[in-house]
Design a protein around this ligand. Structure first.
Ligand SMILES: [Zn+2]
Ligand SMILES: [Zn+2]
Length: 316
């Protein structure tokens, strides 16, 4: 690789505005390895636990950041930015976008645009991550690393691109996880001095709070693209192959009710019945009670019950 190609790859780590296809990029379906280096490094970073060990503090920080960031992905990147399933203030909208960006799944416009494309073409040619079209690995992680999917499909998110603060965050989304990693390291170093009894330090919090928590978060989120279009039950005869899967719903705070979601993507809840545990929906209800969000879009009863056919007459 020549000098200009390396500098372009490095710029793309920090400035997704440089992500538009450039001459010499090569096969759009292949992984963009120079740009994927940080993604690979975070995976290898998990091995750092061999040297840092673990403490109750580090495990709690990893679990806490998994939960908070999973909520940010499902409630904000998915239900708010992609589907506009509720309303909020402009300030809270930016706070939600920042929180979503800590999940290291690129910016809010990038995420929402790819997701809207998924709904428009679900399991048909043109769906960026369909296991039916392209197999398990592509739908799980291949599409996320492929050259053709790095740029934000701005035409699909004009309602979000109106806001300069969201466009800025979408362009420099990598700054947010970088700041989180630095903050974790500094907090760990501070705790090592202020509360040595906790048995933690900067490297340990970096490995557990950032690397391990983020890798778990990535692959849990990706199961909705890969497994939730393959394994589970289909209550509604949608045009795609989406499934309802209680295990995935627990893992992803509600996203596993994916067949429900494809039946009616505009609702703020994905568990359509009381027994379908949807932790993100409960979290949104709580935010609504505090007045932070409003107008949570419900599931119309006719849609919810549309799988029930009228009773047939018994043959005589
Ligand atoms: Zn889907
Ligand atoms: Zn969706």
């Amino acid at each position: 690789m020549k000098g200009p190609r390396i500098s372009l790859a490095l710029r793309r780590w920090f400035d997704s505005g440089a992500a538009v296809a450039a001459a010499g990029d090569g096969d759009p379906r292949r992984s963009d390895w120079p740009r994927v280096v940080p993604f690979v490094l975070v995976h290898f970073g998990c091995l750092g636990a061999i040297w840092t060990g673990v403490s109750a503090t580090a495990a709690a920080v990893a679990a806490g950041l998994f939960l908070v960031r999973m909520f940010a992905i499902t409630a904000f990147y998915h239900r708010y930015f992609s589907h506009r399933a509720f309303r909020t203030s402009r300030a809270a909208q930016f706070a939600f976008a920042l929180l979503g960006a800590t999940a290291v799944q690129r910016g809010p416009l990038w995420w929402a645009a790819h997701h809207r494309q998924h709904h428009a073409r679900a399991d048909q040619p043109g769906d960026a991550h369909s296991p039916v079209q392209d197999g398990f690995w592509w739908s799980h992680v291949g599409w996320f690393l492929a050259r053709e999917n790095f740029a934000t499909r701005a035409a699909l998110v004009p309602d979000l691109a109106r806001y300069p603060e969201l466009r800025w965050l979408d362009r420099f989304d990598a700054a947010v996880p970088a700041a989180l990693a630095l903050l974790l390291f500094l907090a760990g170093e501070w705790l090592a001095r202020a509360a040595p009894g906790l048995g933690t330090d900067g490297w340990q919090l970096l490995v557990w709070g950032f690397c391990i928590s983020t890798v778990a978060l990535w692959h849990a989120t990706f199961t909705i693209n890969s497994l939730a279009h393959r394994f589970g039950t289909r209550r509604y005869a949608t045009r795609d192959d989406s499934r309802n899967n209680a295990w995935l719903a627990l893992l992803t705070l509600g996203e596993g009710w994916h067949n429900n979601h494809h039946r009616y993507p505009g609702a703020a809840r994905q568990g359509f019945f009381w027994w379908e545990v949807d932790l993100s929906w409960y979290g949104l209800r709580l935010l609504a009670a505090f007045g932070i969000v409003r107008d949570l879009r419900p599931v119309p009863a006719a849609v919810r019950d549309s799988h029930r056919r009228p009773p047939r007459e018994l043959p005589r």
